[in-house]
Design a protein around this ligand. Structure first.
Ligand code: 5CA
Ligand code: ZN
Length: 412
């Protein structure tokens, strides 16, 4: 798919310490250690509705990872998928008597616009499940051939499942116990009750064609792919194993990322699929997770239509720590507008407080597991000092403008 358009990223002088991020698999904050090219896969949208603030906050967190690595001199190979064929999309299309392909195209186009307005840097590879069917089939066929996938005994619908015991490290990504896995699998799209499975946890890989559902002819028989194998195939084929970051919201810790990792291990014999599993907290509204199925959504496009400054929205979302579950409140936008105004006034002066220390602080907070509240406070301190004491660093306003753009994606 065509990704969205990138905004240029200014180059800054110097660089910070290596980026440290919380790794779900390790249960600890660890340094990232990318090679010349940093490799990141972030789970993309299922395009049956518009981008809400939860999605935006998640992609924003990984945008900071991308920007920090670039600032450190890495080239970043960023891959993001679009789950453009799956149950929720087909159900929404049926409900609204819409064509599922057109619905997916429309919402993906709106997502691109939303991402662009928020100045989120685009992935190098933006890949839809539909365009990747061939490579997904290839992965499933290999897993079938090596015994890691099997067909359920069902004459009418002999669907293909993944035997989770085929991956020695199954469970190591989430670290969850059997009971938690069983509960989450049932809650998040699994089908523990399906007769004929070797184990209730085993995940669907290929759903044989059903009346009224899209399907593709393949060596597996006509059908459509399961969800976890989509991200495994799209990620591995572009990044290989052992890539630096696998990312998404915390709702993807299990079963989605556990199964993608297990597919990868069974397929390649290599472990781990990703060196860091990074998960963002859930954005809620009035105490409930913001989700399409609950309908309690605040859309980026709605705020854009209301003439909200996208930079204020970006700043409002960055004011909380990415790993904390947090509630959206309209007052967050008001605070962000005030903060932006403070920063804009400060960089408009001919000189300011010393830039070097402020940029150092900004980088140090970001390197510490993306401590954005600390990063914003450091910029506030610089701006306040500049506005109250009129510093003598004539390069400071331009240096801060460039640093805020490069590292935080904020254009003043
Ligand atoms: N297509 C799959 C991933 S392969 C999917 O989960 N799509 S999604 O549209 O439901 O979510 C897109 C991304 O936003 C995922 O990374 C998901 O974890 C994240 N996300 C969903 N809801 C929220 C929320 N309320 N707060 C923060 N992130 C969220
Ligand atoms: Zn995914």
């Amino acid at each position: 798919m065509q990704p969205w358009t990138s905004t240029p990223v200014p180059r800054l002088s110097g660089h910070g310490r290596p980026l440290r991020l919380y790794d779900t698999a390790a249960g600890a904050v660890r340094p990232t250690a990318p090679g010349r090219t940093a490799r990141m896969y972030v789970c993309g949208i299922t395009p049956y509705d518009a981008t809400h603030l939860g999605h935006a906050a998640t992609y924003l967190a990984f945008d900071l990872v991308n920007r920090y690595w670039r600032d450190a001199g890495h080239d970043v190979h960023y891959v993001q998928n679009v789950t453009d064929v799956d149950d929720p999309l087909l159900e929404r299309a049926r409900r609204d008597q819409d064509d599922w392909i057109v619905l997916g195209m429309r919402e993906t186009a709106l997502f691109r616009e939303d991402m662009e307005s928020l100045r989120i840097l685009p992935p190098r590879d933006f890949v839809g499940a539909v365009e990747a069917i061939g490579e997904i089939v290839e992965v499933i066929a290999k897993l079938l051939a090596c015994g890691a996938a099997y067909r359920v005994e069902d004459a009418e619908h002999p669907d293909l499942y993944f035997d989770h015991q085929a991956a020695a490290h199954f469970g190591s990504e989430s670290g969850y116990d059997a009971e938690t896995m069983a509960r989450l699998s049932a809650e998040r799209g699994g089908d523990p009750e399906r007769p004929g499975k070797r184990h209730p946890l085993d995940a669907l890989m290929w759903r044989t064609a059903r009346e009224g559902e899209p399907s593709w002819d393949s060596e597996l028989g006509p059908g459509r792919p399961g969800w976890h194998v989509e991200c495994c195939a799209i990620g591995l084929n572009r990044l290989g194993t052992g890539f630096d970051v696998q990312g998404g919201g915390s709702d993807l810790i299990f079963p989605h990322h556990e199964f993608s990792a297990a597919h990868s291990e069974a397929l390649t014999g290599e472990y781990p699929m990703a060196r860091h599993y990074v998960h963002t907290g859930m954005i809620g509204l009035n105490g409930e997770k913001m989700s399409k199925s609950k309908g309690n959504l605040v859309f980026v496009s709605r705020l854009r239509a209301d003439q909200v400054d996208p930079m204020a929205l970006r700043l409002a979302l960055l004011s909380g720590h990415y790993r904390t579950d947090r509630s959206w409140a309209p007052e967050m936008l008001d605070d962000a507008v005030i903060r932006l105004d403070l920063w804009r006034q400060a960089v408009a002066l001919p000189a300011g407080a010393p830039a070097q220390d402020a940029v150092h602080q900004l980088r140090a907070h970001l390197a510490d597991d993306l401590d954005t509240p600390g990063a914003l406070a450091a910029v506030d301190a610089w701006a306040t000092e500049t506005l109250t004491q009129r510093g003598s660093d004539v390069d400071a306003p331009a240096a801060l403008t460039a640093a805020l753009d490069a590292l935080l994606g904020i254009a003043l």
